[in-house]
Design a protein around this ligand. Structure first.
Ligand code: SF4
Length: 221
């Protein structure tokens, strides 16, 4: 198969349970959502400058970096036609740890097979994103401890909704849970205060590391 790849690079994982570890990123072009805070909107535009890579191209690139954590991101990676073939190919290399950053609007079940199960970092798009209607909460039946549900928070209404979703789907203790502030929209302190007030055990507050290490708009980091 051929995949539309917007960029490839090595950096540190900015988010999720492997935050701070080296990771090789494959960013696919195109997304079915349009979050109002999207910081990779350039990769979703129809005329974005992508290149075509096959499974073999992608695997060879990953192996050439010497980095084991692989993050497939976007855009929305699970919408790439044939992506399951790529997952099978990457899964056949036991040294690689495959993580898929997905926006929560695509069913993950078809991409899970026992032998080569990737790790999922699943967004729940809160009201502040403008995209909550697209969330597929059926996905929560498939979560495992290594997976993550990430809530990107714009305001107090989003905090209230995130707590409601965690409770409704009984998420605490079943997977990693992360609260992350939309850069420049809400003070990180407000998230911590809310966590203290509501005694949110097993929830991580997370800042997007790369926005503190590099300029917030920088690509390829
Ligand atoms: S899902 Fe992700 S890539 Fe797609 S518009 Fe929202 S923030 Fe951007």
């Amino acid at each position: 198969m051929e995949y539309k790849v917007a960029e490839t690079f090595v950096s540190i994982n900015g988010e999720g349970q492997r935050a701070g570890e080296l990771a090789v990123f494959i960013r696919f072009a195109g997304c079915n959502l349009n979050c109002n805070y999207c910081d990779t909107a350039w990769a979703n535009q129809k005329d974005t400058d992508y290149r075509i890579m096959t499974e073999t191209d992608i695997l060879n690139y990953i192996l050439s970096t010497g980095v084991w954590n692989v993050t497939l991101t976007g855009g929305e990676p699970l919408l790439q036609p044939g992506i399951k073939l790529l997952l099978d190919k990457l899964g056949s290399r036991p040294e690689l740890r495959i993580e898929i950053e997905t926006n929560g609007s695509v069913l993950i079940a078809p991409f899970i097979n026992g032998e080569h199960r990737p790790v999922f970092t699943l967004d729940y798009k809160l009201p502040g994103s403008g995209m909550e209607a697209g969330m597929r909460t059926e996905n929560y039946a498939w979560l495992e401890r290594e997976d993550t549900v990430k809530f990107v928070i714009s305001d107090q209404k989003d905090l209230d909704r995130a707590r409601q979703v965690m409770e409704e789907y009984n998420l605490q203790g079943r997977c990693g849970l992360y609260f992350s502030p939309v850069f420049g929209r809400i003070e990180p302190k407000a998230l911590v205060e809310d966590m203290i007030e509501h005694k949110l055990n097993q929830v991580h507050m997370q800042l997007q590391l790369h926005k503190f290490i590099w300029p917030p708009e920088q690509r390829g980091v």
